[in-house]
Design a protein around this ligand. Structure first.
Ligand code: UD1
Length: 281
């Protein structure tokens, strides 16, 4: 595994895996990490959209140049590349659910970088016969998301646990497609073996959840007695997003398995267990 460990942690990596600490655009680290590999799961990116708005060129170096470095190195090794693309490529889509054939409408440098990386994956397949698969992740949630940019679910869970009000931006009627990380891992494994390469696939749950409904579900799952308050809408917030999973189902055999309520319940249970063991340690 190659990671510069700015948001990740060695503690979550299985002992059997070799960890190389380094950055993707750093040729030396990539050279070593990809020696003799058959498949690469390329997840590295600066995911903080605000940072890409402030620093388009610097973040492009990781998000796009880094992806090109991985693709070039994969050509040397004749390795397959499964890369993390994003639903951000679609922007505010006109038609719901969103199919992979929807036009790209990138609204931020992050979305431009992901659109180009996604497109390059197909060009490398066409031009150099490199087996590539781009997976367009919707809103991913699960354990161990850290840092200030870890998504609405971890924000709501932290607020409920701290006994603070849950803060909904705008009217809360905006919707998202929340997909559990276990399903994202399954999609990656299917992409590692599919014959249908040189293509992009949506990875979501196929279910729309409003942010207001999410706030109520988090409150129920944690049993917290906290109010739900509304704040100003976030500028440029996408109104609705939900994946059409027909292509991923037909060609990859991908089917989401974790319901949002179950995923949230296990996150709150996990947290309670961790808090208990912290106290007894
Ligand atoms: C997510 C991804 C982003 C990707 C985009 C498009 C994360 C952290 N971000 O952005 O990388 O480009 O999908 O696929 O996964 N909200 C509140 N209160 C809060 C925080 C957020 O109401 O305290 C609302 C936001 O206004 C938004 C929704 O929750 O409507 C989701 O926000 P967020 O988790 O930040 O993700 P996206 O903006 O959808």
């Amino acid at each position: 595994m190659l990671d510069e460990l700015s948001t990740g942690s060695r503690a979550t990596v299985p002992d059997a895996a070799t960890t190389i600490v380094g950055d993707v655009p750093d040729g030396g680290a990539l050279e070593r990490a990809m020696a003799d590999v058959d498949v690469v799961f390329h997840q590295v990116a600066v995911v903080d959209v605000g940072r890409t708005v402030e620093h388009p060129r610097e973040t492009n170096a990781t998000n796009l140049d880094g992806t090109l470095a991985v693709l070039d190195r994969a050509r040397e090794e004749d390795a397959r590349v499964v890369l993390a693309s994003s639903a951000a490529v679609y922007g505010s889509a006109d038609e719901l659910p969103i199919a992979e054939t929807a036009p790209f409408e990138p609204r931020s440098p992050y979305a431009v970088q992901k659109s180009a990386a996604d497109e390059y994956a197909r060009r490398y397949a066409d031009l150099y016969e490199l087996p590539t698969v781009a997976l367009r992740y919707f809103n991913v949630f699960g354990p161990d998301r850290r840092g200030p940019y870890s998504g609405v679910i971890s924000t709501f869970l932290s607020q409920a646990r701290a006994g603070d009000p849950i803060t909904v931006n705008g009217d809360g009627e905006q919707t998202r497609d929340f997909v559990h990380v276990d399903d994202v891992v399954r999609a990656n494994l299917l992409a590692a073996t599919t014959d249908d390469v040189g293509a992009a696939y949506n990875v979501g749950s196929g279910t729309r959840t409003s942010i207001r409904e999410l706030a109520e579900t988090v409150r129920d799952a944690t049993g917290a007695d906290v109010p739900i308050v509304h704040e100003d809408p976030r500028p440029g917030d996408v109104r609705h997003s939900v994946a059409d999973l027909s292509r991923a189902s037909r060609r990859l055999g991908y089917e989401p398995t974790v319901e949002l309520e179950d995923g949230l319940r296990s996150l709150s249970a996990r947290r309670t267990r961790t808090a208990t063991s912290d106290r007894t340690a």
